[in-house]
Ligand binder design. Structure first.
Ligand code: BGC
Length: 255
């Protein structure tokens, strides 16, 4: 148990990667805030799994694309659990479209959740830590597409590229406060975000050919790294991105 007496917020933990990070951090001893925007049932499911395993969890609804709601999320955490040590910025979304077809509405949706949400949730969390002179951990669930092109997902790539630079910038600004910040960059993980890909056999097989480990990642693969980055073992790590992609990003074949 590496996170005993810690409190962790995991945004978007009603499904997918966020759900398993919440479950894993709770198994490591943290009291966990399960955040969701629309999927109340999924959030309750996360809480139930945690409690059945003997862990502690509360559920807080907040749409992190709105600044006031990021503040409310942090306030609710303090009100119910008394403090907060770890913020996992996991909530994210993607929309596929040719660049020339992207609408202002879709641009705003993706950027507001994936970048603005991370920015202001982090700000609300950091302000509390600064006021209390407490150290803290921030873990952003970014993507291999913070670096690697993803045609037809220009909004997603722009948001994740922004998260990449935000992490590097904040590592410098928050280091003196004893706060670390790192990114996890998952590759192709089996979750609801890529449901349409998972259902399209030819597309899925083409993708698997690009993955040296020859399988999709699991949410547990990502959660294990999040638990490490949240723990004391990672005390001297900040401003970095950790890729969890089965070798996807470094893959190259001449034939
Ligand atoms: C995206 C997935 C994609 C994967 C690998 C992730 O960031 O959310 O849709 O399959 O990257 O390209």
């Amino acid at each position: 148990m590496r996170l005993t007496n810690k409190v962790a917020i995991i945004t978007g933990s009603s499904s997918g990667i966020g759900q398993d990070i919440a479950i894993r951090l709770a198994a490591e001893g943290a009291a966990v805030v399960v955040n969701y925007s629309g999927n109340a049932k999924g959030a309750e499911e996360t809480k139930t799994v945690i409690e059945k395993a003997g862990g502690r969890a509360i559920v807080v609804q907040a749409d992190i694309s709105k600044v006031a709601e990021t503040q409310r999320l942090v306030d609710a955490t303090y009100a119910q659990l008394g403090s907060c040590d770890i913020l996992v910025n996991n909530a994210g979304m993607e929309k596929s479209a040719d660049f020339w077809e992207v609408t202002e509405e879709d641009y705003d949706k993706v950027l507001d959740v994936n970048l603005k949400g991370v920015f202001f949730a982090t700000q609300a969390f950091v302000r509390r830590l600064r006021d209390e002179k407490r150290p803290g951990r921030i873990i952003n669930i970014s993507s291999v597409h913070e670096d690697m092109a993803f045609p037809h997902f220009s909004t997603y790539c722009a948001s994740k590229g922004g998260v990449r630079m935000l992490t590097r910038n904040l590592a410098v600004e928050l280091g003196p406060l004893g706060i670390t910040i790192n990114n996890i960059a998952p590759g192709a993980i089996s979750t609801p975000i890529n449901k349409s890909l998972l259902e399209d056999k030819p597309k899925l097989n083409a993708l698997l050919k690009n993955i040296p480990l020859n399988r999709l990642g699991t949410t547990e693969d990502v959660a294990a790294l999040a638990a490490f980055l949240a723990s004391d073992d990672a005390a001297y790590i900040t401003g970095s991105t950790y890729v969890v992609d089965g070798g996807l990003m470094v893959n190259y074949h001449e034939q």
